[in-house]
Design a protein around this ligand. Sequence first.
Ligand code: UTP
Length: 275
Amino acid sequence: MIKKCLFPAAGYGTRFLPATKATPKEMLPILTKPLIQYGVEEAVEAGIMTMAIVSGRGKRAIEDHFDISYELEHQIKGGSKEVLLDEIRSLINQCTFSYTRQVEMKGLGHAILTGETLIGNEPFAVVLADDLCYHKEQGVLSQMREVFERYQCSVVAIEEIPLEHTHKYGVIAGKLVDGTDNTYRVTDMVEKPDPKDAPSNLVIIGRYILTPDIFDILRETKPGKGGEIQITDALLEQAKQGKVIAFKFKGKRFDCGGVDGFVEATNWFYEKIEE
Ligand code: UTP
């Protein structure tokens, strides 16, 4: 049973400067909702109600977003605009939010390890809010939860990409699990390889379900690519024991950590509401 979802949200978001100088990247809106709210909604849809957020300096807006704003709510009460707060209010009522800070940005693996204090000794989901995922029937985390229930080991969501983009992602090698066409037992993983060194064109996107032994592994993981503690390196240790499944999810993913993907997502969601 997965009860908690970790949101590493301490990164500087340098690709969005100057917008992210004083505003967290996770609070940039696609239409009227900030990226992190889409992530929380996806977790709730997967039956996860406890949100654990790893934040950092300058990220106060995230805490304020998942809280009541008395003056504002009093001001619009009874008016036509009150309905605009329905979705966020419902999340605040259903979920609990807890926070810890990553003091130094030492990489995604380090951010996840920082979240241990909020997670404890149980399997948990991880959402990178700048990867915005959509599927009209079943969200990606909900699909992954079913995979986890079946295999009882760490699960990473993967996508097939053009080989020339492998240098932006963690890339896996794996063997299809018998009887499936979308589920791989991972045999190797490489962080941001050049296309010529990439073991495949199957890349990890910002959705994980991790078993808690990952924390002990992360404690021992040395800085890797870019001098950062990489979650890919820690997952490779689990993969060597046959304990990582890669799952090719159904649905769309937008890389909202960069301007192109952000604009694409904005246009796509706008057309969707127009429909
Ligand atoms: P990214 O590399 O996409 O985010 O990290 P970033 O560093 O904020 O963005 P750029 O490259 O400078 O524009 C992936 C995720 O990991 C988190 C980020 O917040 C993001 O959600 N992260 C990364 C941390 O929480 N801590 C870190 O030390 C590094």
